[in-house]
Design a protein around this ligand. Structure first.
Ligand SMILES: [Cu+2]
Length: 239
């Protein structure tokens, strides 16, 4: 009996491997793609912005910070929402011509949410001229924990695998950010007006995932038509 165990285990592993491969994103030419554009707003009365205590280096960091974890603008505009069209195939995921830049300025991360294709190298800058210690908490990617004193204006960190990674500074406890490394190109981040735009989508029906760090995930559905722009007005609220 025992000798049959190995082949069956192998067969299971093979089938699992095939299934995983079938689910992976497939690149193809998109000639009659459509566009998804719109806005995401906070539904209801937004909570007052949380204040963060500055406990170190006030001459550079300032005395007080507003928490960047829920930024609601006028009219409820919700910034920093990651909008992901769950496409299985479409245009190729291209690495950016220039490395995505992630700066530390007045003891805040700029930007607070950094979106880039997996495989990119992030240029971590220190514009402050004081000691920061960048700490990334990836699980699919190896965590990175590096001191960045003023004489080290740039650290480069390559992010190979798709993953949403929390980033913290070990020197200044209030500093926080997210790196969102994607495995397909149909992902966008809402700006300060809550707006986003995703182009060259192969026509079809899609699920779209919205993710915001304080509000969690929400799923929407859209229909994309050839060479047309589908406009949406979505909202998110506290769970
Ligand atoms: Cu710091």
């Amino acid at each position: 009996m025992r000798r049959y165990l190995v082949p069956s285990a192998l067969a299971v592993a093979l089938v699992a491997g095939l299934a995983a491969r079938a689910a992976a994103y497939e690149a193809m030419a998109v000639t009659d793609g459509g566009t998804l554009s719109g806005t995401v707003k906070f539904q209801g009365t937004p909570p007052p912005p949380a204040k963060l205590e500055v406990s170190k280096d006030p001459e550079v960091c300032g005395k007080e910070k507003m928490s960047p974890d829920l930024v609601v603008g006028s009219d409820g505009a919700l910034a920093n929402v990651v909008v992901t069209v769950k496409a299985q195939k479409g245009k190729k995921l291209e690495l950016p011509a220039q490395d995505p830049v992630f700066d530390q300025k007045t003891c805040e991360y700029k930007p607070h949410v950094l979106l880039f294709p997996a495989g990119s190298t992030v240029d971590v800058l220190n514009s402050d001229g004081i000691l920061h210690n960048i700490h990334t908490f990836g699980t699919a990617n190896p965590p990175s924990n590096q001191a960045q004193p003023k004489f080290k204006p740039k650290i480069q960190i390559k992010v190979e695998k798709p993953e949403t990674i929390p980033v913290k500074c070990d020197v200044h406890g209030w500093m926080s950010a997210w790196w969102v490394a994607t495995d397909q190109p149909y992902v966008a981040l809402t700006d300060a007006t809550g707006a986003f735009k995703i182009t060259d989508l192969p026509p079809g029906d899609y699920e779209v995932e919205l993710w915001q760090e304080k509000l969690g995930k929400k799923t929407e559905k859209v229909s994309i038509k050839p060479k047309e722009e589908t406009k949406v007005a979505w909202s998110m609220s506290k769970a």
